[in-house]
Every structure is written in C-alpha cells, then in structure tokens.
Design a protein around this ligand. Structure first.
Ligand SMILES: *Cc1c(COP(=O)(O)O)cnc(C)c1O
Length: 387
C-alpha cells in the first residue's frame, strides 16, 4: 500500500460504506429492520435507535453510504425527491427569498410556485447558464440558490463552482439537484454546493421499482437542521425502500458507465441520421456547453434529447413504432424509456414558456437503458425510417 490515507475508490465505497456484517448473525447484507420502535434498557438509554421515524438501522446504512459517495457525512433519505425538496425549503421562513434556475424539474417548480409561494417564500426564476445573471437577482432576503444541472429535458449545464462563489459571497446556501448525474458523474459538494438532492427514484435506485429521495450535506449546522426537519416533518423513506436503494448503490458505478456508453453511441447514431434534425447530449462536441460539462462532470450520463425532422405527427409515429423503448415518464432505470416532453412530462409548463425553452412538438427525450446497444439502435432506426 503506497499511501494508507488514500481515500477508498468510489466502487469500493458504494459497496461497503456504512455497512458491516450484522453483529448478531454475521449476515453480509444489512438486514431489513422492520421495527417501528426499539427496546430501551433504562429510560432514554438505547443502542442508537429509539423510533424508526427518527432513525432506522437499514435507512441509516443507505444514508451513510450515499452521503459518502457525495463526499459527505450526512444523508437524509425521504419518501420521494419532492419530500426531499420540501424538507430543504422548510429551512426557510416566510419572507425569505430563493433564486432558482428557470428550467427545473416540473414537480419542484410546482412545489415552489403552488405551495411554498402561498406560504410567503419568494422565488425568482432565471436562466443561470450565465453565472453573471445571478448577482443582480440576489436580495438581502435571499437564503437559497436552487440549481439543477444538467436540466430536464434540454440538458443545459450550470457552472456550480462559479455560481456557488457568487452565492457564498452573500451568505446564500446552494442546493444542487444532482438526480441526472448521480454522484458517480458529478459531485456538487466538491464544487462548492452546500446541499445535494436526489430523486433516488431515478439512477440511484435505478430499477424503476420505488419512489424515493435523499438530501445530503457535509455542513454540521445544516445537518442538524435537516435532521430535525426530517424527523419533525416525518417524510422519511420506508425501511424496505431504503433496503432497495442500499442494494442498488452497489452497482451504481457499473450501471452509470453502461448508461453513458450506450447514450454516447445512440447520440452519435442519431446525430448522423437523415430523419433527425438535432441531438442534445452533453457528451457530443456539438453540445453548446460541452467544455463546461467535461470540466464539471466526470461523465455525461444517460439522458439525451432529440429533435426530429417533421412535425407532431412524425413524433407520434416514431413513439408508436418503437418496441424496446417504452413510452413512459421517468428516467434512470436499467430499461430504456422514451417520451414526448410537450405532451407528457412538461405538459403543465405554459406553452409560450415551453417554446421559449425549446420544447417543441418534434422533441423527444430518451432515458437510455443498459440493454444491448445494437438492439436499441436497430429499434430507433426502424421507428425513424418507417412511414
Ligand atoms: C423525478 C425528479 C424529481 C422528483 O422526484 P420524485 O422522486 O419523483 O418525487 C426531482 N428532480 C429531478 C431532476 C427529477 O428527475
């Protein structure tokens, strides 16, 4: 061993962090501790757990492991990504102001715009692909900067380090929704962010069989407040879903590499296809922010967007002809999904705003799975050339 202090590799930590053989039985895998409450030997004296809303050994193993992968000490597993966002915004009080990117996950926007805005939290939404835009949007009451990068569905990239510098100069905390990249390809805390949010529904669980979220920080003070809120609000992840997420983390690295390899091949195939107008994938040199993506991320992920030549009917035809790609919302699972943002995931966005962002009738979003890439390409090619 050249250097004993060398940090263990991502793959090693994904399999071992926060876990050791069960002390009572030696079981290699962290058991499902399906207990709501825990025995105390004297009032207030227990073995670290008293009630499963405040803490559960299975959930803690997952939280410790996923936090470690983001380079942090604290994780709070939630019943969904939306509950994670809800818990974070509860750090604020009425009158506080949040600056958010204008192109974020629709459910997060709905939560801000339709729930928290009614409770007196103020929000400004802006295009933060230019870090210079942030300075003038900050107010004395600004407490939080909310970033999501790359964005959904058009994969715009925001400079986490530059934006965090501007925010921190004004004492503003930075949240990054890292759902699209997972900690394998992007680690926002190392770039300056204070909190990371994941919808574990997507890549972290990766098998499209649960809804979950996690909030991660390495800041002691934020951790104390988030831990309090997780328990007080009570939107914690179930033990069973924590078990599934913990199991999925073990293969996160190999899955992400496979998603990316397939996505890059499919992006190149589509970019050269005569029925395709334009492909948006951060790993293509044609992506307007390819250099920033390459600097900020260690890979480009499994999501891509494609503009077809034609019109809405062309898009409908392609979507009805694919066989391996399932027409469905969501993303990040081992199986490939395809969808039509204007009709499906982004239907609630005002049509004018949709056009302004670039979501038109010929746009398809693809979540590239880890099937044999030749089969995926054949499937897309058949659907594209069919009349
Ligand atoms: C899905 C998603 C969410 C919301 O997560 P849920 O688990 O569905 O509540 C938040 N952010 C992004 C980027 C997502 O893709």
């Amino acid at each position: 061993m050249a250097d004993k202090r060398r940090k263990l590799g991502f793959e090693t930590r994904a399999i071992h962090a926060g876990q050791r053989p069960d002390p009572t039985t030696g079981a290699i895998m962290t058991p499902l501790y399906l207990s709501s409450t825990f025995a105390q030997s004297e009032p207030g004296k227990h073995q670290g757990f008293d009630y499963s809303r405040s803490g559960n050994p299975t959930r803690l193993a997952f939280e410790t492991c996923v936090a470690d992968l983001e380079g942090a000490r604290y994780g709070y597993a939630m019943a969904s990504g939306c509950v994670g966002a809800t818990t974070i915004v509860h750090l604020l009080s009425a009158g506080d102001h949040v600056v958010a990117c204008d192109d974020m996950y629709g459910g997060t926007f709905r939560l801000f715009d339709k729930v928290f805005a009614r409770q007196g939290i103020q929000f400004s939404y802006l295009d933060l692909t230019d870090p210079g835009a942030l300075e003038s949007a900050l107010q004395p009451s600004t407490k939080l900067l909310w970033l999501e990068t790359p964005t959904n569905p058009l994969l715009k990239i925001m400079d986490i380090a530059a934006l965090s510098d501007v925010a921190h100069a004004q004492g503003v905390h930075v949240v990054v929704d890292n759902t699209f990249m997972s900690p394998y390809f992007q680690q926002p805390l190392a770039l300056g962010a204070d909190m990371v949010l994941h919808s574990t529904t997507k890549y972290i669980n990766g098998h499209s069989d649960l809804i979950g979220g996690v909030v991660i920080t390495d800041d002691d003070e934020l951790a104390e407040q988030l831990g309090f809120l997780a328990n007080a609000l009570g939107g914690v992840q179930s033990t069973f879903d924590s078990y599934l997420c913990l199991r999925s983390l073990k293969t996160l690295a190999v899955r992400m590499r496979a998603h990316e390899a397939n996505a890059l091949q499919i992006a190149r195939f589509l970019e050269a296809h005569p029925r395709v107008d334009r492909v948006v994938y951060p790993g293509l040199p044609s992506h307007p922010q390819h250099d920033l993506a390459a600097r900020q991320m260690s890979g480009f992920g499994g999501m891509l967007a494609v503009y077809l030549k034609g019109d809405l009917e062309t898009a409908r035809r392609v979507l009805s002809r694919v066989e391996l790609f399932t027409l469905a919302e969501s993303l990040g699972g081992v199986e490939s999904l395809i969808e039509h943002p204007a009709i499906m995931t982004h239907a609630s966005v005002d049509p004018a705003q949709r056009r302004a962002i670039g979501i038109d009738d010929t746009l398809l979003r693809i979540s590239v799975g880890i099937e044999s890439v030749d089969d995926l390409i054949d499937d897309l090619d058949r659907a594209l050339v069919a009349r």
